[in-house]
Design a protein around this ligand. Structure first.
Ligand code: PEP
Ligand code: MG
Length: 602
């Protein structure tokens, strides 16, 4: 992260924009670390007993507080209890946390607050040594529990968060479900946090309530004081602290422009994506969490084009049960306003984290025991998921999608297992949907080359360009040093896309695309020219892509494709397509230019 100052001495922090939009407002620093930790030595045994009693009392109080938060969550707000609360509850029962703290009181002769700090410091050291960045971040849960206990020990029991009266921007290290559930959301203008990524709870909440958020700012809680004025630019991931009038004015213009554009796009978002010459493209939403469905509907998705079920594993130590899977899938499949739902089976491994030890460390995980390969080894785990999907299919139109298929043997094996699970459910008289479709991700080059044979095995293809580009161009999709080579319009990629669509068409099956490429408005005509039947993308991208499709013709798209596919370099194609799109859709072009200008000035 860079902290830099503009000419006017505005402090600008760069993080990850996880929920688009721009907002200016007063900062409310949610700082749990503001608890002053007293430190004193105990002189007598009775003092030690008194400290032990205080500690146990703080544990009880903390548990009761979490229980009432959970109650509020389930009863008042009608939401399922969030398992992170359960994890915090479990930590409060953790024997080593309790035992070590009591031991510190007795043996080191220190007060309860200090004894707890000593215990958590040891945890901090241990977590620091963990290489897996996801697991390493879990120290934030331990710290959350520590801060709650400290507040109860020093008598600051009131949650400041629920006292917020004015409209504010929340500045925090991170936000847990226990925090957000207490916030009066209508008073929250935006979030800016030290830690987190696209999948952190803060990001999900921000996206689902539609407020701008920037995470991963590393030190925002150190830079901002209560009542400072801050600008949160969730589009480009910037936070500006105490901006001068000139910057304020610039961002106010940017905000107004963003808002107007969003409003006008949203007004048309639910119109179908039909070209001027009458060709319809189905539009799906890519979701990672069921909470994103309302936003997908609002942004005009026809259905769920990709539900990345591996996210069910987030924050978990244990594998989810069939019932947990089932409840998730039902919520997706019966999502009102969605015509169909595509549930992709686990794509674990590679860059997808999992806390369960079943996944061994691999030298080259992206090419290792990942996705379907993992499921075909852990068949019992796979069956649990398949049972849950089939049971949920009774609640609405379901498509099951299998990731990383590289040849026909794999899909045949998968279908055999699916058949066994179906039979089991039929024998148990469990209802399942009658029109379930089976599809595969086309994201491995070998699958492209044998697409004809694969197409005869399934009802649809979904092209995963994120991985297909990675494997075709040999570019690690998360390695920044080779990211300049990650080119969706590379002629090799375009030729592959054409092969996939052609094979799909000959076999009479639908071809969808759910990689990031599908959500890039500048590529929409190319994809239209390829005659891809369905594009699935992040909900926020839908209105922009739909708008391009509605303003174009199939004939025009085809001639653009024919023109560029003859070009020999990716840069040439990209340049041609961007210029073409900027002149054809000047509104989109202007928006992009404006972003570039602001980023350059910084
Ligand atoms: C892809 O590879 O394009 C895709 C959609 O899957 P993921 O990004 O989850 O690997
Ligand atoms: Mg993929």
């Amino acid at each position: 992260m860079a902290v830099f100052e503009t000419r006017q001495n505005n402090i600008v922090l760069k993080g990850i924009g996880v929920s688009p939009g721009i907002v200016t407002g007063r900062a409310y620093v949610l700082d749990y670390t503001d608890v002053q930790i007293p430190h004193y030595h105990l002189k007598t045994a009775s003092q030690a007993s008194e400290e032990a009693r205080r500690f146990r009392k703080a544990i009880r109080e903390s548990k009761n507080q979490l229980l009432s938060i959970r109650k509020a969550l389930t009863e008042e707000q009608g939401l399922d209890p969030l398992f992170i609360l359960d994890i915090h509850m479990m930590m409060l029962k953790d024997r080593s946390l309790i035992h070590n703290t009591l031991q510190n009181i007795r043996e080191k002769g220190v007060n309860a607050e200090w004894a707890l700090r000593m215990t958590v410091d040891r945890y901090r050291q241990a977590f620091n040594k963990i290489e897996d960045s996801y697991l390493k971040e879990r120290i934030s849960d331990v710290e959350y529990v520590e801060q709650r206990l400290l507040r109860n020990l020093v008598g600051k029991k009131k949650e400041t968060i629920s006292e917020i009266q004015d409209n504010v921007i929340i500045i925090s290290r991170d936000l847990s479900p226990a925090d957000t559930v207490q916030m009066k959301m209508e008073r929250i203008l935006g979030f800016a946090t030290d830690i987190g990524g696209k999948t952190s709870h803060t990001a999900i909440v921000a996206r689902s309530i539609g407020i701008p958020a920037v995470v991963g700012l590393e030190r925002i809680t150190h830079e901002v004081r209560n009542d400072d004025t801050v600008i949160v630019d969730g589009c480009d991931g910037f936070v500006i602290i105490n901006p001068d009038p000139e910057i304020l004015k610039r961002y106010e213009e940017k905000r107004r422009h963003f808002h107007q554009l969003e409003q006008s796009l949203l007004k048309e978002a639910k119109l179908p994506a039909i070209t001027l010459d009458g060709h319809r493209v189905e539009i799906g939403a890519n979701i990672e969490f069921v909470e994103e469905i309302p936003s997908a509907i609002e942004h005009g998705a026809d259905g769920v084009g990709l539900y990345r079920t591996e996210f069910i594993f987030i924050n978990r130590e244990k594998l989810p049960t069939e019932r947990e899977h089932f409840l998730n899938y039902v919520r997706v499949i019966e999502g009102k306003g969605m015509k169909w739902s595509t549930i992709r089976t686990f794509d674990l491994g590679g860059d997808k984290f999992v806390s369960d030890a079943k996944l061994a460390k691999e030298l080259n995980p992206v090419m290792g025991l990942r996705a379907i390969r993992f499921c075909l080894q852990e068949i019992e785990l796979f069956k649990v998921q398949l049972r849950a999907i089939l049971r949920a299919s009774a609640f609405g139109k379901t498509r099951v999608l299998f990731p990383m298929i590289s040849g026909v043997e794999e899909i045949r094996q998968v279908k055999k297992i699916l058949q066994e699970v179906k039979k089991e459910l039929e024998d148990e008289n469990v209802p399942i949907g009658s029109d379930i479709e089976i599809g595969i991700m086309i994201e491995v080059p070998s699958a492209v080359l044998v697409a004809g044979a694969l197409a005869r095995e399934v009802d649809f293809f979904s092209i995963g360009t994120n991985d297909l580009i990675q494997y075709t161009l040999a570019i690690d999709r998360i390695n920044e040093s080779v990211s300049y080579l990650y080119e969706p319009l590379h002629p090799a990629v375009l030729k592959m896309l054409r092969m996939i669509v052609e094979e799909g068409r000959q076999a009479g099956i639908r071809v969808a695309m759910c990689g990031e490429m599908a959500g890039e408005p500048a590529y929409a005509l190319i994809l239209l020219g390829l005659e891809i039947n369905e594009l699935s993308m992040h909900p926020m991208a839908i209105p922009r892509v739909k708008k391009v499709i509605r303003g174009a013709t199939c004939a025009e798209s085809k001639s653009l494709l024919e023109k560029v596919i003859k070009m020999s370099s990716a840069a040439e194609i990209e340049d041609y397509v961007r210029k073409y799109m900027a002149s054809r859709f000047p509104e989109n072009g202007a928006e992009e230019k404006e972003r570039e200008c602001i980023a350059e000035e910084k």
